[in-house]
Write a protein that binds this ligand. Structure first.
Ligand SMILES: Nc1ncnc2c1ncn2[C@@H]1O[C@H](COP(=O)(O)OP(=O)(O)OP(=O)(O)O)[C@@H](O)[C@H]1O
Length: 222
């Protein structure tokens, strides 16, 4: 699901959506709690490393709540699982440039709004966006999000393929697609688009570097 919700939406990191906040407050929030965008080829180890980071810092991070036009399922809460909105308000938010990413699945629209990312900062958490290259480009265009960018690279394409195969989640087709997309991601990273590139070769080393970038490089209140 995270491929269209953009950020990995773990329920424990859900946020509520407040409609009453000033533009000024939003901008100071993202200054103090700058969103972090993590990207890198599928299978490089983003989830593995993030999971560990969230376990070590259970209250420091948050995920943006996605918008959707689909109806809530029993047990789902507006503003927590999704921001459930009408098609009219969704399309007007598109027109207002309010989404960094949106897509249609079936007859429903899904998207990650700029406001939802800022809301995480207002809650004094660092919003983590685990997204693909096109999303990275969108976030880069939004200077008001004040995001920092880290790219997680595999030690080699051969090792990336080994990890993807080892995960046992892909068909041969989806594996080949991911490897092709991986080359695009690597080329984009070579343009220097990210603040930091971390090679996930030895996991302890990569984790230490990621932690240093995200935690120490961010603005954490004591
Ligand atoms: N440093 C490492 N050395 C060896 N294997 C690793 C390392 N880091 C992660 N892995 C393994 O590689 C596989 C892919 O990792 P993971 O699922 O975290 O990738 P991902 O970047 O989150 O992929 P996706 O974008 O598809 O969700 C997993 O099986 C994981 O256990």
């Amino acid at each position: 699901m995270h491929h269209f919700t953009f950020a990995r939406a773990l329920p424990s990191f859900s946020t509520s959506f407040s409609a009453t906040r000033s533009a000024h407050k939003m901008s100071s929030a993202v200054q103090n709690f700058r969103p972090v965008v993590i990207s890198g080829p599928s299978g490089t180890g983003k989830s593995t490393l993030l999971k560990r980071l969230f376990a070590e810092y259970p209250t420091k991070f948050g995920f943006s709540v996605s918008h959707t036009t689909r109806a809530p399922r029993p047990g789902e809460t507006n503003g927590k699982d999704y921001n459930f909105v009408t098609r009219e308000s969704f399309t007007s938010l598109i027109a207002d440039n309010g989404f960094i990413e949106h897509a249609q699945f079936g007859s429903n629209l899904y998207g990650t709004s700029v406001a939802a990312i800022k809301t995480v900062a207002e809650q004094e958490r660092i919003c983590i966006l685990d997204i693909e290259m096109e999303g990275v480009k969108q976030v880069k265009k939004r200077e008001d999000l004040n995001a920092r960018f880290v790219f997680l690279a595999p030690p080699s394409m051969e090792e990336l393929e080994r990890r993807l195969r080892g995960r046992n989640t892909e068909t041969e087709d989806s594996l080949q697609q991911r490897l092709k997309q991986a080359r695009n991601e690597m080329e984009y990273a070579e343009t220097g688009a990210h603040d930091r590139v971390i090679v996930n070769d030895e996991i302890e080393q990569a984790y230490a570097e990621l932690k240093e970038f995200i935690v120490d490089g961010g603005r954490f209140g004591a």
